[in-house]
Design a protein around this ligand. Sequence first.
Ligand code: FMN
Length: 328
Amino acid sequence: MTSFPAALGLSSEQTEEVVRLAGLAPSLHNSQPWRFRLASDAIELHSDPQRRLPAADPDDRELRLACGAALLNLRLALEHVGVRPVVTLLPRFAGSTALAEVRDGGRATQAPGEQELYRAIPKRRSNRRPFRETQVPTKHRHALAAAVQREQCWLHVMERSELGVLERLVRHAHRVQMADPRFRDQLARWTGRPPGTVEGVPAAAAGPLPEPQDQWVLRDFSGGQARARVPGKDFEYEPLLVVVCSHHDSRLDDLYAGQAMQRMWLTATVRGLALSLLSQVVEVTDTRDELSRLLGSTWYPQAVARIGYGWPTPVTPRRDVRDLLISD
Ligand SMILES: Cc1cc2nc3c(=O)[nH]c(=O)nc-3n(C[C@H](O)[C@H](O)[C@H](O)COP(=O)(O)O)c2cc1C
C-alpha cells in the first residue's frame, strides 16, 4: 500500500491520524459528508455532494454543521501535533465544495483544557438511551455555554416553562417528517444497519423502540429492530435541553455552529455527560421558525441537544480514512 500523503510539514502517519480524528465527528445519519484535499501547505475540507440527505436537509445546513464539527476535531488534532491551525472558512479559490482551508500558523503548544477535548474525540458518542434522573450541575451548564460562545455562537438552556412548547414543536416536526415518504425512505436507508457497516447508523447504536409517552426521543434509528424496553427503564423525566444558536443564518454561520456544537459535545464528554440530538424541530422550517420566536427572534437555532448522565453506548463505525481523501 502506498504511504498516506503528508501535509503541513507533518509525517505521513501524523497526517493520517489528524484526518482520521476529523472523520470521527458526528453527522446526520452518520453520512460522513466530508472529504479532505491534502497539499504540502494546506488541508482543505470539502463537502461530499454524494452524501447529501435532501429529504431531511434540503439546504445542506446540517451537512455544514457536520463538516464544522469535523473542522473542530481537525483543529484540535493539529494543535496536538504542534501545528497552530490558521483556518479560512469558505475559501474562494478552492472550488464550490470547499468549506475550509487550514494552513500552518507556526508552532503550537496545546493548552491542558484543549488536550482534554482532544482526548475526548474518540470517546464522544450519540447516546439515544434513557439517562439517569440526575440533574446536570450548574458548573457543567456554564462550561457547555462557554464552549459554545468560544466558537462565536450562543447556547440557550431551555427553561422549565419553555419545555411544553418545545415538546409540542418536536412532536409536530416528527409527524410532518414521518408523513413524507421521501423522508421515511431516507431514514430507512441510513439507519438500522447491520454490524460491520461503515456508514449510516447501526441498529446497535439506536436506543430502545420509541413509545408514545416518550417526550424527546421519537425517531427510531433501529430500522424497527430495537426491542421494547425493560419495564421501568423509561426515558428521564427532565433532561437538560439546550439549543446551539448562531447569530445569522448563512453558510458561514452553519460552519461556526458545527464547531460550537462539537466543542460543547466534547466538553460534555470530558465531564462525563451523555448527549443526543433532536433535530426534527430544526429540520422542519415552520417549527425552526417557531423555536426561533420562542428564543426571542434574535438567534437562529441550529442544533437541539438532550444532555444528562447516561450508560455506555456502542461506538458507531466510520469509513476508512483513505476513502476521505480527494485525489486529483
Ligand atoms: C447535524 C446533525 C444532526 C443529527 N440529528 C440527530 C437526531 O435528530 N437524532 C439522533 O439520534 N442523532 C442525530 N445526530 C447524530 C448522528 O446520528 C450521529 O452523529 C452519527 O450516527 C454518528 O454517531 P456518533 O455521534 O455516536 O459518532 C445528528 C448529528 C448531526 C451532526
